[in-house]
Each structure stands twice: as structure tokens, then as C-alpha cells.
Design a binder for this molecule. Structure first.
Ligand code: IMP
Ligand code: MG
Length: 182
């Protein structure tokens, strides 16, 4: 596509990888599947900030029923401590019990954040718990995580755009770009 060019963010160069059209087509398919399975269930979508904001905004507009959304954060602590240490931030008044919950993520990379979040939410006794993510890096996955509504499987290379950032920059890009091999 001619209008899409190589981009530079800070010290890194990125090349076009998934176009806005490809993303919209995939998100439409995913929304169709979710609509079919959930339109009678009044599901609660938990949108994991910040990365999932664009995917969530697109997907929920393609659902065939009025939906409820809550924005959450999962903060993981890297460093000397082992993986799996994390904290969930969500509004206090959110009732998970007996709800059909669908987590919306931008990307499942190592799976560390979801391997923490999923059991924590399960403890709150939802009626059901499902996960959707627009991107999955199967080669990077360190945990046995089921992605109920997966988008694209991509190689283990850093990507930006469509909600994903590099050092805080690039979330607004409507296409997804992949790190250029140096
Ligand atoms: P996890 O490793 O599966 O826990 O991924 C956690 C988070 O890392 C994701 O939700 C993204 O915000 C971020 N992340 C993982 N891979 C990438 C990438 O290629 N580009 C930008 N952010 C990423
Ligand atoms: Mg994220």
C-alpha cells in the first residue's frame, strides 16, 4: 500500500505489517463470533488499558447488542521478583460475580499478565470468563492460556500501532508496524 511508509519512533525503525483494513476485517469477524455467543448474556467487557483501547472501541461498535464496558489496568512488577507478581486496578463498584466476563487485551506476549489476571477474576466467581486479544505471539507464550477469541497470530517481533506503543508513542497509528531488522 502506497500511503503507508516506514516510520521511526525514537531510535527504532518500523515497517508496515497489518493494515487498518486487515485489522477491521479481523475485528468484524471477532465481533460476529462474540455477538453470536453473547447477545443474550449481557456480558461485561473488561478492557485492559492502555493498549486495548483502540481494539475495544472498534470491536464493541461492531457488536449487535448494547454492551457494558469497564476499563481496568494490570500492573506487573518486573525486576528481581519472580514473574506473576502484579496488581489489578478496577473501579470499586464493579461486580464480577455471576457476570459473563470478557477480557479485552491488545496482545498476549509472554502471557504473564493474563496468567495473573485470569485466576484473580475467577476467584470473584463470574458466570463465565473469556479472553479476546487482537494479537498473539505464540512463540513468546510462557503460560497455558486459552484465548477464546484470538485475532492475528504474529511472530515474536516488537510491534506498534493500533493501541500498542513504543515508550509511550505510536498508539494512535491505525495500522500495525513491525520492528525493522537492523
Ligand atoms: P504479556 O507479556 O503477555 O504479559 O504482555 C503484556 C503487555 O506487554 C501487553 O498487554 C502489551 O501492552 C505489552 N506488549 C507485549 N508485546 C508488545 C509489542 O510487541 N509491542 C508493544 N507492546 C507489547
Ligand atoms: Mg497491554
Amino acid at each position: 500500500m502506497e500511503h503507508i511508509k516506514e516510520i521511526t519512533i525514537g531510535d527504532l525503525h518500523f515497517v508496515p505489517y497489518l493494515t487498518a483494513d486487515m485489522l477491521q476485517e479481523k475485528v468484524s469477524q471477532m465481533a460476529g463470533e462474540i455477538s453470536q455467543k453473547y447477545h443474550d448474556k449481557v456480558p461485561l467487557f473488561l478492557v485492559v488499558m492502555n493498549g486495548a483501547f483502540m481494539f475495544a472501541a472498534d470491536l464493541i461498535r461492531k457488536l449487535d447488542f448494547p454492551a457494558e464496558l469497564v476499563f481496568i489496568r494490570v500492573k506487573s512488577y518486573h525486576g528481581t521478583q519472580s514473574t506473576g507478581k502484579a496488581q489489578i486496578f478496577m473501579p470499586e463498584d464493579v461486580e464480577i460475580k455471576d457476570r459473563h466476563v470478557i477480557i479485552m487485551e491488545d496482545i498476549i506476549d509472554t502471557g504473564n499478565s493474563m496468567s495473573f489476571l485470569l485466576p484473580e477474576l475467577q476467584k470473584m466467581n463470574p458466570a463465565s470468563l473469556a479472553l479476546t486479544a487482537i494479537l498473539v505471539k505464540p512463540e513468546a507464550l510462557l503460560h497455558d492460556i486459552t484465548i477464546d477469541f484470538p485475532g492475528f497470530e504474529i511472530p515474536n517481533k516488537f510491534v506498534v500501532g493500533y493501541g500498542l506503543d513504543y515508550n509511550g508513542i505510536g498508539r494512535n497509528l491505525e495500522d500495525i508496524y513491525q520492528l525493522k531488522p537492523s
